[in-house]
Design a protein around this ligand. Structure first.
Ligand code: ADE
Length: 246
């Protein structure tokens, strides 16, 4: 997969060189290119923002640098990327969307600073590309760079061969399937006793069915505690089916 990010803070994307994403890049599974938007600003101060029409606080990102930057990125590859624009007014970023994005050969990210990008840029590229305005949660950050890190990590770990064990994302909280919409329950590792605390006995039983049933109960318990909204959306039939398989 190829990923391009156009930003006024290229150094903000440096974490994309470490850990899972960094390793995927080293292995050639992911081709990440970070571009400085100011390369496409032509005045003496490399200005990329201006005051909003209609007044109001803050600054708006100018359309010209974005247009030139995106045209240049688009011309540098084959086919059409999906353009991902992080914004608190976008559609919620979900695991489902992460899966969909992970199936694309090419993603271009346009993280904004200030009050956002001049609307005409979206209109322009919506005519040419699949554009997704995406929010990573109901809070407002200072810019879209941190959301890019979040989205890229969620997508990269779904790429074939990036996670060591393909099973490990099938039981994720929010993974599609029987347990979908349930949060993952607690996990334990050695030693069997720590500061006088034991691990649940069932995990030592070696009984696969009982372990799976325990995990499902814990998942339900944790979900009702932390996300009652998800329990409501949980399909009881899917749970029943899951139980019958145990
Ligand atoms: N930019 C600022 N806040 C954001 C959010 N919550 N999601 C995506 N992009 C953002």
């Amino acid at each position: 997969m190829r990923i391009d990010v156009v930003t006024i803070f290229p150094e903000y994307l440096e974490p994309l060189s470490v850990s899972l994403v960094g390793k995927a890049r080293q292995r050639g599974q992911l081709d990440v290119r970070v571009h400085d938007l100011r390369e496409w600003a032509h005045d003496r101060h490399n200005t990329v923002d201006d005051t909003p029409y209609g007044g109001g606080p803050g600054m708006v990102m100018k359309p010209e640098p974005w247009g030139e930057a995106l045209d240049s990125v688009l011309a540098s590859g084959d086919g059409k990327p999906v353009l991902v624009v992080p914004t608190p007014s976008g559609i919620p970023f979900t695991q489902e969307l992460a899966v969909e994005l992970s199936e694309q050969p090419w993603l271009v990210f346009a993280p904004a600073r200030y009050e956002g990008i001049d609307r005409r840029v979206m209109e322009e590229y919506e005519e040419r590309l699949d554009v997704r305005e995406v929010s990573i949660g109901d809070y407002v950050l200072a810019g879209g760079e941190a959301p890019v890190l979040v989205i890229v990590e969620a997508v990269a770990r779904l790429l074939p061969g990036v996670l060591g064990n393909a099973q490990s994302h099938q039981d994720d909280s929010f993974a599609p399937g029987a347990m979908s919409n349930l949060l993952e329950g607690p996990v334990y590792t050695k030693p069997p006793q720590w500061r006088g605390r034991e691990i649940p006995e069932v995990l030592l039983s070696g009984h696969h069915g009982k372990v799976a049933r325990w995990r499902r109960d814990e998942a339900l318990r944790r979900t009702s505690q932390n996300r009652p909204d998800l329990v409501e959306r949980c399909d009881p039939e899917a749970l029943d089916k899951y139980d019958r398989r145990l």
